[in-house]
Design a protein around this ligand. Structure first.
Ligand code: HEC
Ligand code: HEC
Length: 193
């Protein structure tokens, strides 16, 4: 009798725990806490392979989330997360991260690297699309203060045609870049505030 009562108490407790977990999972989607584990505090990434989200245009963030969810852009870490997001979550997350302050970059490359990087962004018209301060606009991402390794990987991907690209503009823009250009651009852009 006693053990039966204990057993049903256990079942009730388990049932409640499962209920609470399911409710938590249903609400976790729009919770930026789910994102900061990888994207860093307030979207200021501390992982060279993970892009910062703080201060990215809201439209860029939400467009990319939809593209991950629709499997047009694929990444083994990011795709399963995006798969759980509803449209309302996506627009809330875009708003949230776009209004977070981007932290000032920790590293500053040598002056000659900064000067060459600036010259390359003018020569190859990066500023025409990504904005004079390279902070992005609408569906075009902010590059200023982004992780250098992430920028390098993406530029190599656009050049090779393996990085998702909505309208082909960025794939075209990456074609004339050599590996030394990509390296200088990544160092320069990551050091911009
Ligand atoms: C398990 C780690 C992980 C989690 C959790 C995660 N992300 Fe990501 N996210 C990544 C990685 C890695 C990339 C880079 C993918 C690539 O290289 O194409 C990425 C890319 C992105 C991008 C594209 C950014 C750009 O500059 O192109 C956006 C937007 C994004 N994530 C938003 C989110 C949001 C919002 C959440 C929370 C709902 C989230 N991520 C949770 C790992 C994660
Ligand atoms: C004609 C407009 C245009 C020009 C010129 C251009 N870009 Fe882009 N760039 C884009 C667009 C649009 C995207 C977003 C592509 C997408 O995900 O669909 C993008 C994406 C990127 C990304 C990916 C960033 C991220 O967070 O995922 C990098 C890096 C980048 N551009 C660097 C550059 C550099 C460096 C130059 C100059 C050499 C440049 N771009 C020139 C339009 C442009």
């Amino acid at each position: 009798m006693r053990s039966k009562a204990r057993f049903s108490a256990l079942r009730i407790a388990l049932g409640l725990a499962v209920g609470v977990l399911t409710a938590a999972a249903a609400h976790a989607a729009a919770d930026p806490q789910l994102c900061v584990a990888c994207h860093g505090p307030n979207g200021n990434s501390q992982n060279p392979a993970v892009p910062a989200l703080a201060g990215q245009p809201a439209q860029f963030i939400s467009t990319q989330l939809v593209m991950f969810r629709e499997k047009r852009r694929v990444n083994e870490q990011m795709s399963p997360i995006a798969a759980t997001l509803a449209n309302a979550d996506i627009s809330a997350l875009g708003k949230f991260f776009s209004t977070q302050q981007r932290e000032a970059p920790a590293k500053k490359p040598a002056d000659d690297v900064m000067a060459s990087g600036k010259a390359l962004t003018e020569k190859f018209n990066c500023v025409a699309c990504h904005g004079a301060a390279l902070k992005g606009q609408q569906h075009i991402p902010r590059l200023a203060g982004q992780q250098a390794d992430y920028l390098r990987t993406q530029l190599r991907g656009f050049k090779a045609g393996t990085r998702f690209d909505m309208d082909g503009n960025m794939t075209a823009a990456a074609q004339p870049l050599g590996e030394p250009d990509i390296d200088v651009l990544a160092q320069y852009l990551s050091a911009l505030e």
